[in-house]
Design a protein around this ligand. Structure first.
Ligand code: HEM
Length: 304
């Protein structure tokens, strides 16, 4: 099946499992958007020629979200939170980093991801059944590690206390033609803090947005951008595998989130939109996201 056709199929399956919500993103449907400034400290200059990673500042747009494709789910039903960052470069160019609070993804290929959705029962008439999801995933050996992570996964206490991972590897290219595999991590300056189950149970439906806006009214919310340095032993094509914890991390800049922005209804945070000095790895899920996000974007723009 061609990539675009498979992307249509994947988005159709998401709609079958979670329902259709006209005008909304087909995943991470509910979220809120903020204006930010990214300051690079130049620590990545020897590894990449990318303009936003040279010393200096660029404007950015940030969207925090709850993973569910159903915008009516309470915050706490989506333990995984998203953080999409769009850097505004010169002459209208943009580049994105789209992360989540889980370090790995549940499938290595678009075919397996779509097949998982195909066998999943509908969530439309009630609560999500994570037991069903776990059962589906036992059929896919590469996804077992994710089950263990999902079982233990807790939501962050606030959008401002999540550790967000790119899941995928990317390549940095320097001016000498050297290529370095990396993964990204957004580390909260407020510290990583998860929710206890008791606190989670007591939480109102739209708690995260209100809590974040309260924080930001008192001053900027900051994140450090780290890169994890891949070695020859680390797969660059498999988002179901976490690189070893002892890999070198380099702090390459800081994001200062300043204020609420108009809702980015039309903005497409496509994780494959790169700039000179950075390229996508061969990870098939990463490259498939380009098509799946375009399908979702064109449907929601038409009000479907
Ligand atoms: C087969 C793989 C995947 C598919 C089919 C998929 C599908 C989608 C779709 C359809 C959207 C809505 C796009 C839009 O309308 O703008 C979306 C958004 C999003 N996805 Fe994925 N996704 C996949 C993998 C991932 C992975 C691996 C991550 C984690 C890094 C991720 C994180 C997000 C986030 C944070 C958003 C919200 C972006 C925003 O705020 O606009 N997704 N996804």
């Amino acid at each position: 099946m061609k990539r675009r056709q498979l992307a249509e199929e994947a988005v159709n399956q998401i709609e079958k499992v979670f329902g259709e919500y006209p005008g909304h993103r087909r995943a991470h449907a509910r979220g809120s958007v903020y204006e930010a400034i990214f300051s690079s400290n130049g620590n990545a200059s020897a590894l990449t020629t990318a303009s936003h990673f040279q010393p200096g500042k660029v404007q950015a747009l940030v969207r925090f979200s709850h993973f569910s494709p159903d915008p009516t789910w309470a915050d706490i039903m989506s333990p995984a939170k998203g953080m999409a960052v769009q850097f505004k470069l010169a002459e209208g160019e943009v580049t994105n980093i789209v992360g989540v609070t889980a370090p790995i993804f549940l499938a290595k290929t678009p075919e397996v991801f779509t097949e998982m959705l195909r066998v999943m029962k509908s969530f439309k008439n009630g609560k999500p059944r994570f037991a069903d999801l776990a059962e589906v995933m036992t059929q896919y050996p590469e996804s077992r590690a994710v089950i263990e992570i999902l079982k233990k996964m807790q939501a962050p206490k606030s959008f401002a206390t999540g550790l967000y991972h790119s899941n995928h590897a990317f390549y940095f290219h320097n001016d000498k033609g050297k290529k370095q595999p990396i993964k990204y991590e957004w580390e909260p300056e407020a510290g990583v803090e998860d929710l206890s189950l008791t606190d989670a149970a007591a939480m109102p439906i739209d708690y995260y947005k209100a809590e974040f806006e309260d924080r930001i009214s008192q001053g900027p919310v900051n994140f450090r951008l780290n890169i994890v340095i891949g070695t020859d032993e680390d797969p660059t094509d498999d988002p179901t595998v976490e690189w070893p914890a002892e890999r070198e991390r380099i702090h390459i800049g800081s994001l200062s989130i300043q204020k609420q922005a108009p809702y980015a209804a039309d903005t497409l945070f496509d994780p494959t939109v790169m700039t000179e000095g950075i390229s996508c790895s061969e990870d098939r899920i990463l490259n498939f996201r380009q098509d799946a996000y375009q399908v979702s974007h064109s449907r929601r723009k038409k009000g479907q």
